[in-house]
Design a protein around this ligand. Structure first.
Ligand code: NOJ
Ligand code: CA
Length: 558
């Protein structure tokens, strides 16, 4: 149960994460997947006017910024990460005027906007790709993408045996016999970042949105833009042994020249625009992306990928704080986003026999039947982990619906699935639709208040009980916990430091933050004594000085 009347009255506020050029360093950033947030015109697809209508909700939640997943024109071959036009709004989501209204209203509410930018690939409907297909091999139009002749008789074999991230070959043949590279879906041709025209166009895009008031950018596949494609291309087997920096496709050092140029653009604005890299790189290479002369911040997915384990969490936290010191950036934390099984569900599934982390794959493939999900345990652990995260120095990235304690939706019929991962890996991967189901706002009604006329992915019957309406005003609800935690965090957050506290038990983590408050999390199966101090907030019922299993508490200690 969440506690505390006005626990922070008189609390010293050492910093102001909401203000100035450094606003992002310890911001709570809430990710909106726009097609699944709120549907204002009742066509079953969430839209920008829907988001604008929910700004009072975002303000009452207490987030500092919204990260908006792609809202650009798109055929939705990959949920909007296949962009037809980088400088427009998908007509199903609204217009540029709707965008301007939304950002003005967000700013009026004191909330910043981070736009998703997808530079590694465009969609196959982008005017450049259409022009490339219409032009001849070797033409300047083709040089904006990565076209190659095939191997074998008549070039009928792909230029290499590379597989795309979504499964299947990474090369697609076009009618004149050439092949183009798509590291993701065939509808997502990779752009050629050696081409100055590509670079100049993205600078134009950065200015276009920055001029419209966008405060920062989340950079999709930030580690993939720079490629070194020799002739002949190496095989998948040859790629396997290549260390960081040596791979022709991922995490090449030259990618930072691109970000240095972007940084100069960001600095033209007041306050400077910010960016956060989605870069799946070795933790010790992350600092390059987070460097102040580069993108400035990078996601750490280490906690998201970790087992539910005190020692593992402690090591990750310590390492990430050290990496942040190295880069000069602040660190980042995330448990859920639109690409992974929601953390309430991950923590409620049995740990697989091989001891590896449970990602929910088998559970999803079985339609949510095997292995069994312990919903309560999962939610209890997710609440505890989130409360720990919100006490850490650095930025916390939250994903829409986690503030309701939503579980992954497993029960989506095959005919309704949208994720390319599902279509390209029949029977092996089920894809990411289960965390992208439109949000429940009300207990009942068509689409639980998402919109007037159904939702583009089917919502389960249990959504009503975890809707905003059902949780509003309930002290013990996950929504109330998030609201309290975010409000307290704003007021307590000080310098980006923590000091570990010794605990008697290996399954208990505790740390103190400047300003005299501490967080303690009990990962273990047994209750443990609470440290001395005034209880500010807890993720579960705390009584008689005892912290139950799977629970986190914040205390004022001085
Ligand atoms: C990462 C995005 O988060 C994911 O949703 C997308 O499918 C890939 N990048 C490709 O753009
Ligand atoms: Ca709509």
């Amino acid at each position: 149960m969440a506690l505390a009347g006005d626990p922070v009255a008189g609390a010293e506020r050492a910093g102001d994460p909401g203000a100035g050029a450094d606003w992002w360093r310890q911001a709570a950033v809430y990710q909106i997947y726009p097609r699944s947030y709120a549907d204002a015109n009742g066509d079953g697809i969430g839209d920008l006017a829907g988001i604008t209508s929910r700004i009072p909700y975002l303000a009452s939640l207490g987030v500092d910024a919204v990260w908006l997943s792609p809202f650009y024109p798109s055929a939705l071959a990959d949920g909007g990460y296949d962009v037809d036009d980088y400088r427009d709004v998908d007509p199903r989501l609204g217009t540029l005027d709707d965008f301007d209204r939304m950002i003005a209203a967000l700013h009026d509410a004191g909330i910043r906007l981070v736009a998703d930018l997808v530079p590694n690939h465009s969609s196959d409907r982008h005017e450049w790709f259409r022009a490339a297909l219409a032009a001849a091999p070797g033409s300047p139009e083709r040089a904006r993408y990565i076209f190659r002749d095939g191997l074998g008789p008549h070039g009928a074999l792909p230029p290499s045996d590379w597989q795309s991230i979504f499964g299947g070959p990474a090369w697609q043949r076009v009618p004149d016999g050439q092949w183009y590279l798509h590291l993701f879906a065939p509808e997502q041709p990779d752009l050629n970042w050696d081409n100055p025209e590509v670079r100049a166009d993205f600078v134009r895009t950065l200015r276009f949105w920055s001029d419209r008031g966008v405060d920062g950018f989340r950079v999709d596949v930030a580690h993939g833009l720079a490629k070194r494609l020799t002739d002949p291309l190496p095989s998948t087997e040859e790629l396997a042994g290549l260390g960081p920096g040596a791979h022709p496709l991922w995490d090449r050092d030259e990618v930072h020249d691109i970000y240095a140029e972007w940084r100069r653009v960001f600095q033209e604005y007041d306050p400077p625009r910010t960016a956060v890299a989605e870069a799946w790189v070795e933790p010790d290479r992350r600092a390059r992306y987070a460097h102040p002369e580069g993108l400035g911040q990078a996601f750490s997915f280490d906690l998201l990928e970790a087992d539910y384990d005190a020692a593992g969490f402690r090591r990750i936290i310590a390492d990430n704080l050290a990496f942040a010191r190295k880069s000069g950036s602040s660190t980042t934390w995330v448990f859920s986003n639109h690409d992974v099984v929601r953390h309430a569900t991950r923590y409620g599934l049995p740990v697989p026999a091989d001891g590896g982390p449970q990602k929910g794959r088998e559970w999803l493939l079985s339609g949510g039947i095997e292995p069994a999900l312990d919903r309560e345990r999962g939610l209890r652990r997710a609440r505890a982990a989130t409360l720990l995260m919100l006490a850490l120095p650095g930025s916390a990235y939250l994903y829409q619906g986690e503030e309701l304690g939503l579980h992954e939706v497993a029960e989506i019929p095959d005919k309704d699935r949208q994720d390319p991962t599902f279509f390209r890996n029949a029977g092996v991967e089920i894809g990411r639709d289960g965390c992208r189901v439109p949000l429940p706002w009300t207990r009942d009604g068509s689409s639980f208040g998402f919109g007037a006329d159904g939702a583009h992915l089917p919502q389960p019957t249990w959504f009503g009980a975890v809707s905003v309406e059902a949780e509003e005003g309930h002290d013990a609800s996950t929504l109330s916990l998030y609201r309290r935690a975010l409000a307290l965090r704003r007021r307590l957050q000080g310098p980006e430091e923590l000091r570990w506290r010794d605990t008697d038990r290996a399954s208990v983590l505790a740390f103190e933050r400047p300003g005299g408050w501490c967080a303690v999390m009990n990962f273990g199966p047994d209750a443990t004594p609470l440290p001395e101090g005034e209880l500010l907030l807890a993720s579960g019922p705390v009584a008689d000085g005892v912290l139950p299993p799977d629970t986190t508490a914040w205390l004022r200690v001085r």
